[in-house]
Design a protein around this ligand. Structure first.
Ligand SMILES: [Fe+2]
Ligand SMILES: [Fe+2]
Length: 388
């Protein structure tokens, strides 16, 4: 038999999990695809799903998918789940069968740092499903062959660029999740009130933003969380900073003054909302963490020697999913390949955009930031479509 294994936290399970399973069964001609929710949820908090919730959501999502079986082997164990142990377990049940471990393209990047990757590679074939726009990464295949003496199998199917993070943030913001979550999962999330632990905080921000800006804010939060995970930043801080970053955007000078913020008349128009936003975050929303306040304060101008959190918000604001200005795709690619290089790409791109659209209104800080970071690119291989 040909047997596939597809694991994940499924927090929550989304459309692309389901699509991926359907296509993996077809392309790999699997007799059975085992869907295995992971044991340890990343967070244990109020409003967060427990094991039973994740199991129930998977049941709803995979209920009618032919050849898919939901297994609770990892879920029923205490502690973290390690793929090599699960695969060893499967090998004892299926000693002679062909085994495929289905993973996402981003997981292939991380695969070398997993527990016992050589054991995994010896127990099964790796079947990799990439997303739309994800680079082919021939050097990764080469590295895989050098290290493990075989190549991963790449599925032809390209998944849409959605994620559980996006589903959680949209739910948190009370925005529609039709494009991300299957109907039955959506209903379950609503009924159980999942992913709404910051609902009061978010409700307080909503009045400050236009509808478009509110959506942009939600996606900036989602992207900040992704980048925070990649760069080791505190996700709670990234969430708060991103949620509040544009809170002052639609307020006039007079309205800002009513909140106690007096605008410096020499400050260029486009950057006022960032400094005023930091003020609002502190005096209206009660944020006291200087790192969060600085991330908000410098999210438009940047500055020399930025903290990782400042860079995370800066980049997330530039490349979040709803951004569609010319050149944004090359920034996304640069960030995907290397965060620091991508950050400098965004910095330069923003500076040029500001110069074009606002002529004399570029903050000196932006120029100083770019001058400071430009040297970071020396000696690096920049493939961001000739931005430099
Ligand atoms: Fe902004
Ligand atoms: Fe923004």
């Amino acid at each position: 038999m040909k047997i596939g294994l597809f694991g994940g936290t499924f927090d929550p399970v989304h459309f692309e999990h389901v699509n991926l399973c359907r296509h993996a069964v077809k392309e790999l001609q699997l007799d059975k695809l085992i869907v295995m929710p992971a044991g340890q949820p990343p967070h244990k908090r109020r409003g967060r799903p427990d094991k039973a919730d994740r199991w129930n959501m998977c049941r709803l999502a995979f209920a009618n998918l032919g050849r898919c079986e939901l297994w609770n082997y990892e879920l029923s164990k205490e502690g973290p789940s390690y793929s090599y142990l699960t695969l060893r377990h499967l090998r004892t049940i299926y000693p002679k069968d062909e085994l495929f471990f289905v993973i996402g393209g981003d997981s292939l990047h991380d695969f070398f740092t997993w527990r016992e990757p050589a054991v995994i590679a010896s127990l099964c074939e790796l079947a990799v499903a990439r997303r739309e726009g994800e680079a082919d990464g021939p050097e990764l295949t080469r590295k895989f062959r050098e290290v493990f003496g075989k190549e991963p199998v790449f599925l032809n199917y390209r998944g849409k660029n959605i994620s559980s993070t996006e589903a959680r943030v949209l739910t948190e913001f009370g925005l529609p999740t039709d494009a991300v979550l299957p109907k039955a999962v959506r209903a379950y999330v609503a009924e159980r009130g999942l992913y709404r632990e910051r609902a009061d905080f978010i409700a307080g921000i909503r009045d400050f933003l236009t509808e478009k800006r509110y959506r942009h804010t939600a996606y900036t939060v989602a992207e900040s969380l992704n980048l925070a995970r990649r760069t080791g930043c505190d996700p709670e801080k990234a969430f708060t900073a991103a949620a509040l970053h544009d809170a002052a955007k639609k307020l006039s000078d007079a309205e800002l003054a009513a909140y106690g913020y007096l605008r410096d008349p020499k400050m260029p128009d486009p950057v006022v909302h960032a400094f005023a936003g930091a003020y609002l975050a502190e005096h209206h929303f009660g944020v006291t963490d200087p790192e969060i306040l600085d991330a908000i304060r410098y999210h438009t101008t940047g500055r020399p020697a930025m903290s990782t959190l400042e860079k995370v918000l800066y980049v997330a604001d530039c490349i979040e999913k709803t951004r569609d200005y010319e050149g944004v795709e090359s920034f996304r690619q640069a960030v995907a390949e290397d965060f620091e290089t991508g950050f400098v790409c965004c910095l330069k791109g923003t500076m040029e955009l500001l110069k074009k659209d606002h002529r004399d209104q570029v903050s000196e800080l932006t120029g100083e930031a770019y001058a400071y970071y430009r040297h970071e690119l020396d000696g690096r291989e920049v493939r961001a479509n000739g931005i430099f």
